[in-house]
Design a protein around this ligand. Structure first.
Ligand code: C5P
Length: 221
């Protein structure tokens, strides 16, 4: 039984990968399972919040009592979040959004031809950066970062560039962290501080993030 410390709060969470179509049968994506974002959404619900979960294609059941919005591409996710961001108290971008998409989406299946082929990619919109630039007063914004090297430097740069209040970073190569696991090993970065958490379940990471956001909100008052 969880005390309902987020009663009356609105929380938006993004989760999972995005898929960027090449043609009607193929896409570019990544290994994100959606587990961390879904765990955060469920924890926020259990703590009493009204939760919206915008997620890419995943193999997870929609959590009961959560407003679930399935999307496919980064552009879809951007539009779903833009339509819902303004009245949220907390936003947590746990989705692994594809940084690039194919420049051209072929209408018909691409045919096998030469031994080599190149696909031109264009940059996707950065949803977290957009949210950071359009943050209503009082909203708390949390980003994620998965790195394979230079974790601290990359995390600090992202936090500043995307105007987040906190950024949860993990290293893909750390034991117990990463995409398909049920545990995570994260460090939470703030503009002037950082907190290293040990190996926790994704539910525990979710609870820590939400409680940290509540503390940030209270301290800002
Ligand atoms: O720059 P990087 O992709 O590592 O940043 C990770 C953070 O930015 C995550 O919170 C992710 O959800 C978000 N992001 C985004 N839109 C993108 C790329 C990343 O919102 N196009």
């Amino acid at each position: 039984f969880a005390p309902r410390i987020l009663e009356g709060k609105r929380v938006l969470v993004s989760a999972g990968p995005t898929q960027e179509a090449l043609d009607p049968v193929r896409f570019i994506s990544n290994h994100s399972s959606g587990k961390q974002g879904f765990a955060i959404a469920k924890k926020a619900r259990d703590l009493g919040a009204r939760v919206t979960l915008v997620h890419g294609p995943v193999d997870l059941a929609a959590p009961e009592g959560v407003d679930t919005v399935p999307v496919r591409s980064a552009q879809d996710m951007l539009e779903a979040i833009q339509a819902r961001h303004a009245d949220q108290d907390y936003i947590i971008m746990a989705a692994a959004v594809s940084d690039y998409r194919p420049k051209r989406v072929h209408e018909q299946k691409m045919k096998k031809k030469d031994d080599e082929m190149a696909v031109e990619l264009v940059k996707n919109p950065d949803i977290l950066a957009w949210l950071g630039d359009h943050k209503p007063k009082g909203q708390i914004l949390c980003g994620f970062a998965m790195e394979t090297e230079n974790l601290e430097q990359n995390a600090k740069e992202k936090l500043a560039k995307k105007h987040c209040d906190l950024l949860v970073a993990n290293n893909l190569f750390t034991k117990g962290a990463g995409f398909q696991t049920s545990t995570n090993v994260v460090t939470i970065f703030f503009p002037d501080d950082k907190v290293e958490l040990g190996t926790l379940t994704k539910e525990e990471v979710g609870e820590t993030i939400l409680k940290t956001m509540k503390t940030l909100e209270e301290n800002a008052c």
